[in-house]
Design a protein around this ligand. Structure first.
Ligand SMILES: NC(=O)N[C@@H](CC(=O)O)C(=O)O
Ligand SMILES: [Zn+2]
Length: 428
C-alpha cells in the first residue's frame, strides 16, 4: 500500500542541501524518508533527480465562487493551484454573496471536498457583506473553520469597527488579515500616484493610502493583542512600519506578491497605460518600493509570498485602464518566476529561503499543517524541475483567468508533481 516517490532530491530546509531520498506516503501521511526504500507501494513515481519540496501554501487567492464563476471556480482555481505546486490555498471572501456566515464557510469546504485539487481554507469577512458597517459573528465563523477574518478587496474604513473586530479576534486567536487602503486617499485611483500617473493623466493611488492604514492597524493590534496580518504589502513605508512593529514584539506578519517583488509602474509607462493586464491593487509602484519589498523579504520583515491570484475575464481586462477591474492571476507560475529571478539570476536569496516563504512560514504563521516534509506528518509535497526553461503561457493555464503581465516571460522551476494529503493532485 502507499505511494512511493523514488529518486528525488529532498531539500533540507535548515542548510539548503539537496539530499537523495525516497519518500513513502501512506494514507495522508509521510510514512518514511530514507536513502532507499523497498516497499510494495501500489504506486511508484520515479522523480529522476527532481527536487522535492513541502507543498506550497498561498494565503491570498480569489477563487470567485460563489457568484463570479465566469472568472474562476473552486474547481478551476484549485486545479491551477495544484499545477503551481500549491497544496493549500486560503480564499478571500469578496464573492457574491460575501463569505460572511458559518453556512458559507461550510459551502466552501463542501465544494472543495467534492471538486477541489488542494486544501481550500476560506476566510470569513470582518464586516457583513464587506460593507464596513456591521461586524460578522467572528466566533461562529471561526467555529466553522474560517482561517482568519478579512474584508479583502476593500479596506475597513471605520477605526472603531476595526478596533472591535481586533478585540474579538484577539480573544479567539483569529488572525486579522488586512487589505490596507484608505479610500479617501485612494479615491478613484487606478495606478500608483507619481510621475507616471501624472504623465499618463491617470488618477493615482498614493502609497500613503496603504501605509497610513497599516500604521493605524498596527496601533490597534498593539492595543488589543490581535495577530495582524498585512496583505499584499507594496510600499516602502509600509515595509518600514511592519519592521518597526516586529521590532516592538507585536504580532504583526505580512506577505508580498511576485508582481510587487519583480515589477514596477514602469511597465505601464512603457505601454502608455494601454493594457489593463498591468492594473492591480495595490498598484505596481516605484523601483524604490520594489527594492524595499525585496529587502523586507530578505531580512524577515516580510514572512511569506502570496500570489493574490485575482482572475478576471478577458473582456473585462480589455476595458480602458481607468475602468477595467484590478487584479492578476499568479498561482501557476509564482514559484518559477521567483525562483528564476531571485534565486537563479540574481542570487538575492537561496532556494531554501525562498521555499520557507512559499511553505514553511505560511504554515507557521497561520498554524497550519504542512510546510515541511516530516515522517508522521501530512504528505503535502511538491516536486519541481529546476532545469527546464519554459515561457509563462496563459493558454496553458488551468485557471479561467489569463490576466498577467508575466505572459511570455521565461522561467525554470516548474512543478512536475503535487501531492496533497497523500493524493496526487497534479502530474506534468
Ligand atoms: N488585488 C486585486 O487587484 N484585486 C483583488 C482584490 C484584492 O486583493 O484587493 C480582486 O478581488 O480582484
Ligand atoms: Zn486586497
Amino acid at each position: 500500500m502507499g505511494l512511493l516517490l523514488r529518486g528525488g532530491r529532498v531539500l533540507n530546509l535548515e542548510n539548503g542541501e539537496l539530499e537523495s531520498r525516497d519518500v513513502l506516503v501512506e494514507g495522508k501521511k509521510v510514512a518514511r524518508i530514507a536513502s532507499s526504500i523497498e516497499a510494495d507501494a501500489h504506486e511508484v513515481v520515479d522523480l529522476g533527480g527532481h527536487v522535492v519540496l513541502p507543498g506550497f501554501i498561498d494565503m491570498h487567492v480569489h477563487l470567485r465562487q460563489p457568484g463570479f464563476e465566469g472568472k474562476e471556480t473552486i474547481e478551476t482555481g484549485s486545479k491551477a493551484a495544484a499545477r503551481g505546486g500549491y497544496t493549500k490555498v486560503a480564499c478571500m471572501p469578496n464573492t457574491r454573496p460575501v463569505l460572511d456566515t458559518p453556512e458559507l464557510m461550510k459551502y466552501v469546504y463542501d465544494v472543495a471536498q467534492r471538486e477541489g485539487s488542494c486544501s481550500v481554507l476560506p476566510y470569513g469577512s470582518i464586516s457583513k457583506g464587506e460593507l464596513g458597517e456591521e461586524l460578522t459573528d467572528i466566533a461562529a465563523l471561526r467555529a466553522a473553520g474560517a482561517v482568519g477574518i478579512t474584508d479583502d478587496g476593500v479596506g475597513v474604513q471605520s477605526s472603531s469597527l476595526m478596533r472591535e473586530a481586533m478585540r474579538i479576534a484577539a480573544s479567539l486567536d483569529v488572525p486579522v488579515v488586512i487589505h490596507s487602503e484608505d479610500e479617501d486617499l485612494a479615491k478613484d485611483g487606478c495606478m500608483n500616484e507619481g510621475v507616471v500617473s501624472k504623465r499618463l493623466g491617470l488618477p493615482g493611488i498614493p502609497g500613503l493610502a496603504e501605509s497610513a492604514m497599516i500604521a493605524r492597524d498596527i496601533l490597534l493590534a498593539q492595543e488589543t493583542g490581535a495577530h495582524l496580518h498585512v496583505c499584499h504589502i507594496s510600499d516602502a513605508w509600509s515595509v518600514e512600519l511592519v519592521r518597526w512593529a516586529k521590532s516592538m514584539g507585536l504580532r504583526v506578519t505580512t506577505e508580498v506578491t511576485p508582481h510587487h517583488l519583480l515589477l514596477t509602474e514602469s511597465i505601464i509607462d512603457e505601454t502608455d497605460g494601454a493594457d489593463a493586464n498591468m492594473k492591480v491593487n495595490p498598484p505596481l509602484r516605484t523601483e524604490l518600493d520594489r527594492q524595499a519589498c525585496l529587502k523586507g523579504l530578505l531580512d524577515g520583515t516580510i514572512d511569506m509570498i502570496a500570489t493574490d491570484h485575482a482572475p478576471h475575464m478577458e473582456e473585462e481586462k480589455k476595458r480602458p485602464f481607468r475602468t477595467a477591474p484590478f487584479g492578476f492571476v499568479g498561482l501557476e507560475f509564482a514559484f518559477p518566476v521567483l525562483y528564476t529571478e531571485l534565486v537563479e539570476k540574481s542570487s538575492a536569496l537561496s532556494l531554501h529561503e525562498l521555499v520557507k516563504k512559499f511553505a514553511t512560514n505560511p504554515a507557521d504563521v497561520f498554524k497550519l499543517s504542512g510546510g515541511r516534509i516530516v515522517e508522521g506528518e501530512v504528505a503535502d509535497i511538491t516536486v519541481v524541475d529546476l532545469e527546464s526553461e519554459r515561457a509563462i503561457n496563459p493558454d496553458e493555464f488551468f485557471s479561467k483567468g489569463r490576466n498577467t503581465p508575466f505572459a511570455g516571460q521565461k522561467a525554470k522551476g516548474w512543478t512536475v508533481l503535487t501531492v496533497n494529503e497523500g493524493r496526487i493532485t497534479y502530474k506534468a
